[in-house]
Design a protein around this ligand. Structure first.
Ligand SMILES: Cc1cc2nc3c(=O)[nH]c(=O)nc-3n(C[C@H](O)[C@H](O)[C@H](O)COP(=O)(O)OP(=O)(O)OC[C@H]3O[C@@H](n4cnc5c(N)ncnc54)[C@H](O)[C@@H]3O)c2cc1C
Length: 468
């Protein structure tokens, strides 16, 4: 007779998913690790494509030793058959069954064929994605997201251009600017809409997180060495170019968060890497009916969602960096291993991870508050001609007309009247921008499927198989 070992499907092979998979596999659970990327690592430890033959991938990374430990742990469990890694699989739905779950994933870059995996429990470690707000000229070739520029560099070993401006707001801008400069781009400006006084007010909080403070200091020293001009309390108001990006106009913000008259200045560049923070990936959790807290999946102290058998960890539960993702993943993996074998876990066993989680959550809450301390009235700068929904090519003017002339009062009605958010991305990219221009509250979208799915797959989804 073969022994029945419970199966945990871990969706996402970033820091949270890897930590969860290792913790669960080490405690007797069979893990299926599913990720849309071809290599494990997630966003923070994004690996160069194998064919590129990178000799020193660590040159583009921080905390490489942690990655080496995760990689070695994964290799050990893979070799022992405790973890199966299904890479290049895009999970489009997790179905609740009378006994367990079916995880449905589209295969490879074509995403036309689907497979399904049977599992007793699910750990959602799907990370976050970038929030990008529209401005005049943002659709020009040469304007990329800050994380996109980082992904090109880490995953493709290429620079998006030679002369770059990094702009927007949030801590991600710092590693992006230093990373681009270290790889040989001339980073002419880092344009951040928050100001130093938003941070100095919280000096006591920063003093309680010396490691994070040191990280910030290293970044600041690198920016200084790389001669990057740091412009705080500034924004990019327009990107210029005919065929592609040629320059940007930046302006200082006044006390109301509007570009101050007379402060505009043009900076020549061929790349604008822009981002306005990160948002949690919650599609799969929403499809399962998990409760959200604002934009994040709600979890308890064991990282359990309110749906039995479903855990969540990392940036899907709130944006907080890779160290927090590791701590949460570890706790989730240990809790799942116990619960799936009908044991009540003892939280004392993961006390160090729980302490790190508490410390890092409060650090990132303070960081969020600092970045959001003073509003930026960005919607006033968006001209009527600016495309806000790129998939359906809907302009800000059309959105304003839907609200002003046609009486739309919520995002859903704006969508029905203009098609904004009905395209390939299903509003994932444009929703914050459309909501801002429309003056509507951004509410969770409750998308049934996490990916566009061919009709043939929907009509005949694959039968779930247990891991071999
Ligand atoms: C674009 C981007 C770039 C970033 N760059 C940096 C940086 O340079 N420095 C830094 O300090 N922090 C960076 N961050 C933040 C950092 O990535 C996180 O702090 C950390 O990686 C979060 O870990 P995680 O495990 O929660 O999620 P992630 O590392 O994001 O991992 C989530 C994984 O889930 C997979 N996934 C998501 N949905 C599905 C699905 N439906 N099916 C299958 N797989 C799925 C993704 O492919 C990904 O591999 C970046 C974030 C983003 C979004």
């Amino acid at each position: 007779m073969t022994e029945h070992r419970p199966v945990l499907a871990v969706i996402g092979a970033g820091p949270a998913g890897l930590a969860g998979a290792l913790a669960a596999a080490a405690r007797g659970v069979r893990v299926v690790l599913i990720d849309s990327a071809t290599e494990a690592g997630g966003q923070f430890y994004r690996q160069p494509a194998k064919g590129l033959g990178a000799r020193r991938p660590q040159a583009l990374h921080h905390q490489w030793r942690t990655w080496e430990r995760l990689r070695a742990g994964l290799d050990t469990h893979l070799a022992a058959g405790r973890i199966t890694h299904l890479s290049d699989r895009h999970v489009w739905c997790v179905e609740r069954k009378s006994s367990g779950f079916s995880v449905h994933a589209l295969i490879g870059p074509e995403q036309e064929e689907s497979v399904a995996v049977r599992a007793d429990g699910v750990l959602l470690a799907t990370g976050g994605y970038e929030k990008v707000l529209p401005f005049s000229g943002w659709t020009l070739p040469g304007v990329v997201t800050a994380g996109g520029a980082q992904a090109l560099l880490k995953g493709g070993l290429v620079l998006p251009g030679r002369t770059a401006v990094v702009a927007g707001t949030g801590p991600l801008l710092l590693p992006v600017a230093t990373g681009l400069a270290a790889a040989g781009a001339q980073v002419v400006a880092l344009v951040e809409s928050a100001g130093p006084r938003d941070f100095t007010r919280r000096a006591r909080t920063w003093a309680g997180a010396p490691a994070k403070l040191a990280e910030g200091a290293v970044c600041a020293a690198q920016l200084l060495r790389q001669r990057v001009s740091v412009m705080t309390r500034h924004v990019v108001v327009e990107a210029h170019g005919t065929e592609r990006l040629e320059a940007v106009t930046v302006a200082a913000l006044d006390s109301e968060g509007r570009p101050a008259p007379g402060t505009q200045r043009r900076i020549a560049c061929d790349t604008l890497a822009v981002g306005h923070g990160l948002l949690p990936h919650t599609d799969l959790a929403e499809g399962l009916g998990c409760r959200l807290d604002g934009p994040s999946v709600r979890v308890d102290d064991e990282q359990r969602t309110d749906v039995p058998g479903v855990w969540a960890a990392g940036e899907a539960t709130g944006i907080g960096g890779s160290a927090l993702s590791l701590a949460e993943g570890h706790i989730a993996g240990r809790s799942a291993a116990a619960r799936l074998t009908d044991t009540v876990p003892d939280p004392r066993e993961w006390a160090p991870a729980a302490r790190a989680r508490t410390r890092l959550r409060s650090f990132f809450a303070a960081l969020d508050a600092a970045y959001a301390a003073r509003p930026v009235r960005w919607t006033e700068q968006v001209t009527d001609e600016t495309v806000v929904c790129r998939c359906e090519e809907v302009t800000a003017g059309a959105v304003r007309e839907a609200v002003g002339a046609l009486g739309a009062g919520d995002l859903r009605t704006v969508k029905l009247l203009t098609r904004a958010g009905m395209g390939w991305c299903q509003g994932r990219m444009c929703e914050p921008g459309v909501a801002g221009v429309a003056g509507c509250t951004l509410t969770p979208a409750r998308r049934l499927l996490a990916r566009p799915v061919p009709l043939g797959v929907l009509a005949a989804p694959a039968d779930p198989t247990a891991p071999q």
